[in-house]
Design a protein around this ligand. Structure first.
Ligand SMILES: NC(=O)c1ccc[n+]([C@@H]2O[C@H](COP(=O)([O-])OP(=O)(O)OC[C@H]3O[C@@H](n4cnc5c(N)ncnc54)[C@H](OP(=O)(O)O)[C@@H]3O)[C@@H](O)[C@H]2O)c1
Length: 437
């Protein structure tokens, strides 16, 4: 049998401890599958004394993950610390430069430094595997990079953040407010104490930027993503969406258009009957549309110790199975140096259907004024309905418009016009509608 693959795990938190546990519990099975033993020979975390729920005492302890990345006692450096700078970045860079394979679950690091790290890995002839960095346990990276060779992707979109999907699912199912759902998500450990990163779309954007690079062969451009979170979504939106046959999801969408690539993260209305609309709770899903395959939808657990460990261990097993001297495939599907610059499509040129919810004074002429603003901007309406707020006697009305395909620029101009007309009593709500099968 070939020599054992020696693994060093940096970070023994939710994911790292699960990886350590599964590597021990499934050692016999992994040896059978990989044709060699896979053993943890080194570990690093901050607190040496903390009980990790798994006995890793046979592995050498390192206070400093960079030192562990340099040691000749490991073949694979597994980075499960997190963060786009600091010890995660320096240890991964060190490991690659020292000719060690790297496995990471760190989307923030890849979104910022992925291309530079890929260049080092490719120069050194080692693997940089990151299946767990996007959609946790769902094998979307391998699917896009390996199983879809020859396909040209036209659009990739998905539910990439379990916290947001959990909140939106409960808002719809139980009729409770965003704030109440967020508090529950925090209590159950689905949301961080500071939830901004999740609910304002940053986490989804990081993952999307990696998928965009794989889909379109472009350099990662995580800072060039149009982003709106879910904190402004109200029960009124959820109910109106349901009445119209839609469900609201926070989607990350990357799409090839005539003017470039659109990368956008925002609350989106998808038809209730579509497959992606059936993805509930903390589950993630990724839809990939290509010229040869058509549409593929992958869904499953997007986070959690075991689900994420499953993807990390799949990456480690790929390294264990790789043959010495065999040329590894490029990290982002094309050699990092050949990734094209990202050509951004302006959000103003985005074309699609829109849901617009306006709260207006209940007075004569308002309805006609709104319709005129729409017509002036060449926006054709699929429906326009008006109903009272808080009972028929109220001085306010809600007007809900659904447009046929139009542009973002036209919608913004029309809504700005309506706002200037002075008919609104509250901030207008605009939610994009996404075609989904
Ligand atoms: N949790 C998930 O469901 C999930 C899903 C997908 C991807 N990920 C990614 O996986 C990575 C790890 O996430 P996690 O949830 O497991 O994080 P976590 O529970 O916070 O664990 C982080 C670990 O890193 C260690 N650490 C921090 N600074 C260190 C340093 N300077 N030197 C050595 N070790 C250090 C910590 O040590 P101590 O324990 O001693 O403090 C801890 O064990 C992140 O990149 C995250 O984005 C997580």
């Amino acid at each position: 049998m070939a020599e054992a693959l020696r693994v060093g795990i940096a970070g023994l938190g939710t994911v790292g401890a699960s990886v350590g546990r599964v590597l021990r519990d499934k050692a016999v099975e992994l040896t059978r599958q990989c044709g060699r033993d896979v053993i943890v020979t080194a570990v690093s975390a901050r607190d040496h004394k903390r009980d990790r729920g798994v006995d890793l005492s046979s592995a050498k302890w390192f206070d400093d993950p960079v030192k562990m990345a340099q040691t000749a006692e490991i073949d694979v450096f597994v980075e499960l610390i997190g963060g786009d700078e600091g010890p995660a970045r320096s240890s991964v860079k060190t490991a690659l430069e020292a000719g060690r394979h790297v496995v990471t679950a760190n989307k923030a690091l890849l979104a910022k430094h992925g291309v530079a790290l890929a260049e080092i890995a490719e120069k050194k002839g080692v693997l940089l595997n990151y299946e767990a960095a996007v959609a946790g346990g769902i094998p979307v990276i391998k699917t896009m990079r390996e199983a879809m060779a020859g396909n040209s992707v036209t659009r990739v979109f998905g539910i990439l953040n379990g916290t947001c999907n959990y909140i939106l699912t409960r808002m719809e199912a139980e009729g409770i407010s965003f704030d109440a759902c967020l508090k529950d998500a925090q209590r159950l450990g689905y949301a961080e104490a500071d939830p901004t990163f999740d609910i304002e779309g940053h986490d989804t954007a990081h993952k999307l930027s990696i998928l965009t690079s794989l889909a379109f062969g472009t350099r990662i451009a995580a800072n060039d993503i149009y982003m709106e979170g879910i904190s402004n979504i109200t029960q009124a939106d959820i109910r109106a969406a349901a009445d119209l046959g839609y469900r609201i999801k926070l989607l990350g969408v990357a799409q090839r258009t005539e003017s470039g690539i659109e990368q956008r993260v925002h609350p989106t209305m998808v038809p209730t009957a579509s497959v992606i609309a059936q993805v509930h709770g903390v589950t993630n899903a990724v839809a990939i549309e290509t010229d040869i395959l058509g549409e593929l939808l992958l869904s499953g657990p997007g986070a959690g110790g075991n689900a994420t460990a499953s993807a990390v261990i799949g990456d480690i097993a790929d390294i264990a199975k790789s043959r010495p001297g065999f040329q590894h495939g490029p990290v982002f599907g094309r050699p990092a140096k050949e990734l094209k610059p990202y050509k951004k499509a302006q959000m103003r040129s985005h074309a699609g259907g829109y849901f617009i919810r306006l709260t207006v004074h209940d007075r004569i002429g308002v309805f006609a004024a709104i319709a005129k603003r729409m017509a002036d901007n060449d926006i054709s309406l699929e429906s326009i309905v008006q109903h009272a707020v808080n009972g028929e006697a109220a001085a306010q009305k809600t007007v809900i418009l659904v447009t046929h395909e139009t542009t973002e620029a036209a919608v913004r101009k029309a809504v700005d016009g309506i706002t200037k007309d002075g008919h609104l009593t509250d901030k207008p709500q605009v939610i994009r509608i996404e075609r989904a099968g």
